[in-house]
Design a protein around this ligand. Structure first.
Ligand SMILES: [Zn+2]
Length: 270
């Protein structure tokens, strides 16, 4: 034992807690109005976070959340408003015919087509996120899914789709192709375009977008520097299972970021 200069304790240490406190996420009240506001606040926060991470690229990119009451409608950011300036009151409610039901700003046609097609085909999907983030866009040109080269990227092992490029998505047919390529999965690289994520909440869709862009960044760096060690299929599958124990676990990734952005930019809730 090393000789230390610590004095002899005067008291015994406090007793440990009987059990570890649980991490409890905030939940909305039971009414449609409370759930709607909860979802819109997280959508606005996700857009502010996308600006914080530099995922804004002119008017490209959109995040959507399904309305809890009118489930064939969804909330989306308006065309031409900087992600970093979005407030809850800026969000548009659109229906599956592309008509604006609430809001006085235009909607991005490509965004409407892609998101509408996914919300329509996948009733369980509540949130969808897409933007032209630099690392996701760079990775999307390689025609490959991410390899399980880190603990974090192994979370997506066997769960990523690829969808080849057909031009700016101004037609329903193009959006239907993305839906087919996505299948039942929630994560895709739209080739020569960028990342798209879907989730059981807008928090999950946003968190997994951030995590996939980060994983793309890490693999681009690693492959630029050398030949990264790829985890075995067994270890990658095991790790993915560890990460995906909760069906909507992305909410836990999002929550600290939500608290950060609301504390720093409280006007997003206006
Ligand atoms: Zn796009």
């Amino acid at each position: 034992m090393p000789d230390t200069a610590y004095p002899t304790p005067r008291n015994a240490p406090p007793k440990p807690r009987a059990e570890q406190p649980r991490w409890v996420l905030p939940e909305p009240g039971p009414s449609f109005e409370e759930i709607r506001l909860f979802r819109k606040q997280r959508l606005a926060a996700a857009l502010r976070l996308f600006a914080y991470y530099g995922y804004d690229h002119g008017p490209a990119g959109h995040i959507t959340v399904r309305d809890p009451e009118w489930t064939d409608h969804f909330w989306i950011n308006p065309l031409g408003v900087y992600f970093g300036h979005i407030r809850v009151s800026d969000l548009l409610l659109v229906n599956h015919d592309g008509e604006i039901v609430i809001g006085d700003k235009p909607v991005n046609l490509a965004g409407y087509h892609i998101h509408s097609a996914i919300h329509r085909a996948r009733p369980e999907v509540v949130g969808v996120a897409h933007s032209h983030s630099t690392y996701g866009k760079a990775w999307s040109t390689l025609g490959r899914v991410l390899d399980p080269i880190t603990q974090d990227s192994a979370a997506y092992y066997g769960q990523q789709a690829l969808s080849s490029f057909t031009g700016v998505v101004w037609e329903q047919d193009q959006a239907q192709k993305i839906v087919r390529d996505l299948g039942g999965r929630n994560y895709a690289f739209l080739e020569n375009h960028g990342i798209i994520t879907a989730g059981l909440s807008v928090e999950s869709a946003a968190w997994h977008f951030i995590a996939l862009d980060n994983a793309a960044h890490a693999q681009l760096l690693a492959e630029a520097a050398g030949k990264p060690v790829v985890l075995s299929p067994e270890v990658a599958s095991f790790t993915a299972g560890q990460y995906n124990q909760r069906p909507d676990g992305g909410r836990y990734g999002f929550q600290p970021l939500y608290e950060k952005i609301v504390r720093e930019q409280p006007d997003l809730l206006d």
